[in-house]
Design a protein around this ligand. Structure first.
Ligand SMILES: NC(=O)C1=CN([C@@H]2O[C@H](COP(=O)(O)OP(=O)(O)OC[C@H]3O[C@@H](n4cnc5c(N)ncnc54)[C@H](OP(=O)(O)O)[C@@H]3O)[C@@H](O)[C@H]2O)[C@@H](O)CC1
Ligand SMILES: [K+]
Length: 504
């Protein structure tokens, strides 16, 4: 699991590593720059012209060390050191001295010194890193504007200059470098996983710079990234003598007139994710459709033709999922209230079930503890009753919600975040933009309900389900492309996603 840290913690681990490994901080900078150099070389052409912008802190120091390394490979390099106050960090000054022996360093002290960037150049952005402590102004704004308007490929060191590590709600969007790729040292930075910052980081590479693991373990963090090695041990092996009764009985409430497709998708996904038995509670208009499309599912037909109004037959043995395509009818809201009242086991709540809860405050208190709620950002905003101005704010509000109601919130997005009742946040690392398509959420509900029915804990059902869903989506995108991917394709690749987890 990759932990995510704030700027102070990063500094503390830096200092701790230098102490524990008995090295100088400039040696750690050399190690970081070497990791960057090796990774970057794969992306450069022999005749690339490289324009490096270095700031006065250690991010600038990294950039100057990188320039020296690129010269050893005979790249054409221009270096601009932005130093309006004439004060450099010690390690930046050390690297300036080393580089000066090999290359003339241009210094930018006023706007007259800002260069035009030659067309076709590759820009390295080493102006500010995790030490940024205020939005950019003056000369820095002008330099960022020149970089962003240059049409060049831009690679940022550690984090795009001008972007804060965590909260950018009060930042100036014009004062942030737009990077084609960010090479982040050791850990991703929280802000790079939030949707409002998508323009500043098209691709992300994490570089291992050998920070001391003891120093990392000492630092507490509420934020982590889930990796495959965290998921693999969760997979429950199947016993030779297993029968369908062992793998749980899911009961999914889904569909309304015109939205029976949502029920079909969640049913198929639930079965493909391995549940033993599945009952679909649907309005009667969907019975033939569902029985034809998913013969493996049982159907509990609602008396109403077009929407759900009654809970039907439920038992304690069943694991409930509710929401895909159910609509917002008052009678369906009443059904949801009854269901929340009579159930004490965790359930999966999605889509219009979340919107119905948002409409009736009293329902929130009825949600069984440890249930899994799977909102997209707009559904989350409705649920908490306010329009969040940033992904960062939304994440904090979702954490408060998860704690207040003792539930797991799966906040869907490019890096879907599973938030626990303890307010811990686990970002997912699989998935792709092709999955931003109709029905993708219905598939996720089916998968998570399936895992919960198979006795995965609510935490495992959420993080494993999200990982599996994303991984199936990645296989689907490889075959169908991100443009043509359908939610049904995700279901089709759930088996391959399982194989991927089971392989090693
Ligand atoms: N993680 C690791 O272990 C390793 C980290 N390493 C690298 O170190 C980087 C962090 O370095 P850092 O702490 O020196 O901060 P960095 O961002 O370079 O500069 C901060 C300086 O800028 C200033 N300043 C701030 N905001 C400003 C503004 N808006 N406008 C103008 N000035 C502003 C502020 O000074 P101030 O003006 O506040 O006095 C301060 O002096 C990190 O990102 C990574 O690249 C590797 O080398 C080794 C391993
Ligand atoms: K940077």
């Amino acid at each position: 699991m990759l932990k995510l840290f704030d700027a102070q913690q990063i500094k503390a681990m830096d200092t701790c590593t230098v102490e524990k490994q008995d090295i100088q901080s400039v040696d750690l900078m050399e190690r970081a720059s070497l990791a960057l150099f090796e990774s970057l070389c794969h992306l450069l052409d022999e005749d690339s012209h490289i324009v490096i912008f270095a700031g006065s802190g250690n991010n600038g120091g990294d950039a100057l060390a990188l320039a020296r390394m690129l010269l050893t490979k005979h790249f054409s390099v221009d270096v601009y050191l932005i130093n309006p106050n004439g004060i450099l960090s010690a390690d930046c000054a050390a690297n300036k001295a080393r580089l000066e022996r090999l290359l003339y360093i241009n210094e930018i002290r006023s706007d007259k010194d800002i260069p035009q960037i030659e067309k076709g150049s590759v820009v390295i952005d080493g102006i500010f890193g995790s030490g940024l402590n205020r939005p950019l102004s003056d000369i820095y704004l002008q330099i960022v504007s020149v970089i962003n308007n240059s049409g060049s490929i831009v690679y940022s060191i550690d984090i795009p200059s001008g972007l804060f590590v965590e909260d950018n709600s009060m930042n100036n969007p014009d004062g942030i470098v737009k990077a084609d790729r960010v090479f982040s040292f050791q850990f991703p930075k929280l802000s790079l996983l939030l949707p409002e910052n998508a323009d500043y980081c098209s691709h992300l590479t994490i570089l291992d710079i050998g920070l001391c693991s003891e120093c990392i373990d000492e630092q507490f963090s509420d934020y982590s990234c889930i990796e495959r090695r965290d998921i693999e041990p969760m997979l429950k092996k199947r016993n030779t003598f297993a029968h369908k009764g062992v793998f749980g009985h899911a009961l999914i409430f889904a569909g309304s007139f015109g939205k029976i497709g949502a029920a079909v998708l969640s049913a198929r996904a639930c079965l493909r994710a391995g549940v033993g038995l599945l009952t679909m509670r649907i309005p009667s208009c969907g019975v033939e459709i569902l029985q034809t499309a998913v013969p493996e599912a049982m159907v509990s037909a609602e008396e109403e033709k077009e929407w759900l109004s009654g809970v039907g037959g439920i038992s304690d043995k069943m694991t409930i999922g509710i929401g895909p395509g159910i609509g917002l009818c008052q009678v369906t809201g009443d059904l949801l209230k009854t269901l929340l009242t009579v159930s004490s086991k965790p359930m999966v709540i999605d889509a219009d079930a979340l919107n119905l809860i948002a409409k009736d405050e009293s329902l929130k208190l009825l949600i069984p503890k440890e249930s899994i709620l799977t909102p997209h950002p707009v559904e989350l905003d409705r649920l908490i009753g306010c329009r969040c101005l940033s992904g960062y704010e939304r994440l904090q509000k979702a954490r408060e919600f998860a704690e207040t109601y003792s539930v797991y919130v799966v906040l869907k997005g490019a890096y879907t975040a599973t938030i626990t009742p303890e307010k811990k946040v686990f970002f997912n690392s699989t998935g792709n933009p092709g999955m931003a398509t109709a029905g993708s959420g219905d598939v996720l509900t089916g998968v998570i309900t399936s895992l919960l029915a198979q006795k995965y804990s609510p935490f495992e059902s959420a993080v494993f389900g999200v990982y599996l869903h994303g991984s199936a989506g990645d296989f689907a995108a490889k075959s169908k492309s991100v443009y043509s991917l359908l939610a049904s394709d995700i279901i089709g690749y759930l088996g391959k996603a399982y194989r991927g987890i089971e392989k090693r």
